[in-house]
Design a protein around this ligand. Structure first.
Ligand code: PLP
Length: 377
């Protein structure tokens, strides 16, 4: 058995004709930097998210970095975020010279717990980065209420959440800025790196446009020190093809998730992902939680791998205890919810093309492990 975590070849094979044609088209035109493909993808992506501006950049990390600079984050500022995320979310705060202020997560959604944010707001706080983890939206009403009260910018980290909806609106359109990643394994993945900043704020959009092009609003005029952070024309062309399928793919992911739910709910010691009523989960990852401890979870991962099933832990180490943040002197158990889940979550294979038989095989192997090990150890 070989069930990959994501199967990018299966997706390519489904849309091979269109992808090959668009790549050939870019090659024959010879425009690889900026140009019509990037512009068209930006327009199409902004209408998909329902925002006024979308600016293609080199990666999701750059999207966050440029968005923070465009929001005026500077040395000495503090930015509130979750410790249960990818390092990209917090490293960019430090690259601005600012400090991440961690807030623990909610036990149901694994996203930042809004009820714990206000205590962390200080005079230095300038922004909040809510991360829509695994494809599930944060509680944006609660977050925006706090942001309005303290005049904070909200930079949504939507790296795992293309197509996720909160109360009928796409994430990325709820805060002041939304940042997307087109990492190949994501819901909407490029064939390399890519990212996008979206916003309704004309000033922020213009700053990001200038920052991504060496600080240049027009050829050979430079207004700030910028970056080389452009989305490649080839990636933009590929993403334009894939964007046409995104709604269909997210529906497939939801169907697969429901099927997993139905099978896994019968297993002792396994919790299926919580899904907030009224929101649309995009299941970038399908993440279960085990009631056993870290050792039990890690042995399950090894067992699944031995059976040819590739599951992954996002994230085994909460960021507040990682080396780059040691100067903040956080202690073990300080963010106990995040630390509890880092030892117990597992993301199972999910992608639009995965078959029901494969999902059954994954669950069968989890069941055999439970029978052999006992539900809790
Ligand atoms: C939550 C989160 N934020 C930001 C990023 C950074 O995106 P990229 O890899 O495109 O730079 C990732 C990447 O996986 C992520 O998962």
């Amino acid at each position: 058995m070989n069930i990959q975590f994501v199967d990018l070849k299966a997706q390519y094979n489904m849309i091979k004709k269109e992808i090959d044609a668009t790549i050939n088209n870019v090659l024959s035109k010879g425009i690889f930097i900026m140009g019509p493909e990037v512009l068209s993808f930006e327009q199409e992506f902004s209408s998909y998210i329902k925002v006024d501006h979308a600016i293609g950049v080199a990666s999701g990390t750059d999207a966050l970095h440029l968005a923070l600079i465009a929001c005026g984050i500077k040395p000495g500022d503090e930015v509130i975020t979750t410790p249960f995320t990818a390092p990209a979310t917090t490293e960019v705060i430090k690259h601005c010279g600012a400090t991440p202020k961690f807030v623990d997560i909610d036990a149901k959604t694994y996203n930042i717990d809004p009820s714990k944010i206000e205590k962390k707001v200080s005079r230095k706080t300038k922004a909040i980065i809510p991360v829509h983890l695994y494809g599930q939206s944060c509680d944006m009403d609660a977050i925006m209420k706090i942001a309005r009260k303290y005049k904070l910018k909200v930079v949504e980290d939507c790296a795992q959440a293309v197509g996720t909806e909160y109360k009928g609106m796409k994430v990325g359109s709820l805060g002041h800025v939304g940042c997307f990643s087109f990492f190949p394994a994501n819901n909407l993945g490029a064939y390399g790196d890519g990212g996008m900043v979206v916003t309704r704020d004309e000033q922020i959009a213009e700053r990001v446009r200038v920052l991504r092009l060496h600080g240049s609003p027009e050829p050979y005029r430079y207004t700030v020190d910028g970056f080389n952070s452009r989305l490649d024309a080839l990636q933009a062309a590929i993403l334009r093809v894939k964007l046409r399928y995104i709604n269909e793919w997210i529906s497939h992911r939801n169907e697969k998730a429901i099927f997993y739910d139905q099978l896994l709910i019968k297993l002792e010691g396994i919790s299926i992902p919580y899904k907030e009523e009224g929101n649309r989960h995009s299941y970038n990852y399908y993440t279960i939680c085990v009631s056993g401890n870290k050792q039990w979870r890690d042995k399950l991962l090894i067992y699944l791998k031995s059976q040819g099933i590739h599951a992954v832990v996002f994230y085994p180490n909460s960021l507040h205890l990682q080396e780059p943040y040691s100067h903040l002197k956080h202690k073990k158990d300080e963010f106990s919810v995040s630390e509890w889940y880092q030892d117990r979550v597992i993301s199972l294979p999910i992608y639009p093309e995965i078959t029901k038989k494969q999902l059954e095989q994954v669950v069968d192997e989890i069941r055999s492990y439970i029978i052999r090990q006992g539900a809790k150890k």
